[in-house]
Design a protein around this ligand. Structure first.
Ligand SMILES: [Zn+2]
Length: 566
């Protein structure tokens, strides 16, 4: 902590000034955004009881996030009070409300009576510049740390643009070309030419960009701060839940957070890092109380890592908020209708703390059994639950068939033996927790809109203007290429191979081509490649056959490059 920060901290503790308001006081060098996906507010108290039980000294039995909580966030999307992860995460990243499936992309109007905010029809499908992309333009290092596959909605919201969140191959390509310094999580399959529909080898492309690409715990542990560009993926898809995880092969969210900060903080210009506790949401969708609470405790450990760095650094802010609620999880359910006030901590929490694995982890164990008659014994050993005849026959019917169904049946058994309630297997629309740390205590408070979280991020990063950056770097082709002849060669098999071909005059031998979702333009003389020139942003190809839309969004200054080259 430098002298100025110490003085500020002393003044704050003396109550001599209560808020830091000048732009200089707000601005920090590093920002860590942390999102526990799909975490309803009741998970906070549940996690506290789960972690500490009866607390010998109340003063020490707090979650790290507890003392940072300063308000609540409204989470709706542009056309629905209950949001999907793609638009809700996008709102934090871009400042705009959007709709289901839209990843950092301006929404389309859902029609009269449905839009919750004004939606400008002229901007539909426009890629929206994100805080991560803006940090990059401002020479900061950037990172994404998640426990799901890296192509999932929340990490994509900060680093890719599409109106179809399920286009994972397309999202992966954008993220590879978007010059992110550190990516940790799961999802090797989305880089693998043997598993991608378009057969694109994104690992080779990463290596050409001088990234270190690692998949092993040993390589992760030996990463040095000097490994400034690294992708570390530790599973084909999502990473295992924290309590199911093999510590020797998969790093924890806290370990990935620590390592990413170690690397990113070597940039003297600072960094922007997004950390997602991705699978609180997945456990909530399964209605698995053990998964929800243990994943949130793992997320809180990552918060502690970030907070230790921020306090020591003195120039780092942390913003923590879920993207939306999920499952209506409650402490107390139908079983406690009459007994709620006489349930002791042991009765309330041991059904959860006795489980050594999440429902998904238990499903893997049951699927690996050679004799299904051992189910009752194995189940009891790992959960302390004595299965009823009905539960046992249900498990025997499902084991080694549909994995998701088996997981949900186990989750139902966990819940039926506990006092935890669920009202939905989907997202929920209540406000979510907001927690912040700022070295000069400049924080939001009360109930805020999700768009205000984005405003805050832009503010503390130094006053970024994302609207202007969107117009500058995701400029529609008709405007960016005025005065040129151009056409889109749409690839019917994969959008990833569609190209934008630009000429000054018809039949000119020299021309330029931009491949969809890459960050460079290639100059040709007839069929021969003359040179490749890097751009500051990725070119986004949008194709909506139903509406007869096929267009590119590219850097507005492309004309200056073309003027010299073709
Ligand atoms: Zn979500």
């Amino acid at each position: 902590m430098n002298l100025k920060n110490i003085v500020t901290a002393i003044l704050l503790s003396m109550g001599l000034f209560t808020s830091a308001t000048s732009q200089q006081e707000k601005k920090v060098k590093n920002v860590i955004m942390m999102i526990p996906d799909g975490t309803s507010t009741s998970v906070l108290s549940l996690a506290r009881w789960y972690k500490y039980g009866i607390c010998p000294a109340d003063s020490v039995c707090w979650l790290t996030i507890d003392k940072l909580i300063c308000g609540l966030v409204k989470t709706h999307s542009s056309d629905a009070p209950i949001g999907d992860s793609a638009p809700t995460g996008s709102t934090y990243a871009t400042g705009y409300l959007s709709q289901s499936g839209y990843v950092a992309t301006y929404p389309k109007s859902a029609g009269k009576g449905k839009d919750l905010v004004y939606v400008n029809p002229k901007r539909a499908y426009q890629p929206l510049f994100t805080v991560l992309e803006a940090a990059k333009i401002n020479r900061k290092s950037t990172g994404l740390v998640v426990t799901c596959q890296f192509t999932h909605a929340t990490p994509a919201d900060f680093s890719a643009h599409t109106h179809e969140r399920d286009e994972l191959d397309l999202i992966a390509k954008q993220m590879v070309y978007n010059n992110i310094d550190v990516v940790f999580g799961g999802g090797t399959q989305y880089l693998d030419p043997l598993k991608r529909n378009d057969k694109l080898d994104l690992v080779s492309i990463l290596k050409n960009f001088n990234y270190k690409y690692i998949n092993k715990m040993h390589d992760f542990k030996s990463l040095k701060p000097t490994n400034s560009k690294v992708w570390g993926l530790f599973a084909n898809g999502d990473l295992p839940f924290d309590i199911d995880r093999n510590n020797d092969s998969v790093p924890s969210l806290a370990e990935m957070t620590e390592k990413s900060i170690e690397i990113l903080s070597s940039n003297p210009e600072g960094f922007f890092l997004m950390v997602e506790g991705s699978k609180v949401d997945w456990a909530a969708h399964n209605n698995d109380p053990v998964g929800v609470v243990s994943e949130f405790v793992a997320f809180d450990k990552a918060v502690q890592v970030a907070l230790n760095f921020a306090k020591n650094d003195g120039n780092t802010a942390i913003v923590i908020c879920p993207d939306h609620g999920n499952s209506g999880i409650s402490i107390g359910n139908e079983r406690s209708n009459k007994s709620y006030d006489t349930l002791c901590i042991e009765s309330l929490m041991s059904p959860l703390t006795n489980c050594k694995y999440t429902a998904e982890g238990m499903a893997k164990i049951l699927n690996s059994l050679t004799d299904i008659n051992s189910i009752p014994k194995v189940f009891a050993e790992n959960t302390n639950i004595k299965l009823t005849p009905l539960e046992l026959s249900m498990l025997k019917e499902t084991v080694n068939k549909n994995f998701r169904t088996l997981t949900q049946k186990i989750a139902k058994i966990y819940t039926d033996h506990s006092y935890i309630g669920f009202t939905s297997m989907g997202h929920t629309g209540e406000d979510v927790m907001l927690a912040m740390y700022h070295p000069r205590n400049y924080r939001l408070s009360g109930i805020v809109k999700n768009t205000e979280v984005n405003t805050y991020l832009k503010d503390i990063l130094g006053g970024y203007n994302l609207d202007s950056l969107s117009n500058q770097y995701y400029c529609i082709d008709t405007l960016a290429l005025k005065g040129y002849l151009w056409q889109i060669n749409a690839n019917q098999t994969s959008k990833n191979y569609s190209t934008l071909v630009i000429r000054k005059e018809a039949k000119a031998a020299k021309h330029a081509e931009i491949e969809a979702y890459t960050n460079y333009v290639t100059i040709y003389n007839n069929m021969e490649v003359v040179k490749k020139i890097n751009l500051n942003s990725i070119a986004i190809y949008v194709s909506v056959p139903d509406e007869n839309i096929s267009r590119f969004y590219i850097q507005k200054t492309i004309g200056e490059i073309l003027e010299k080259e073709i």
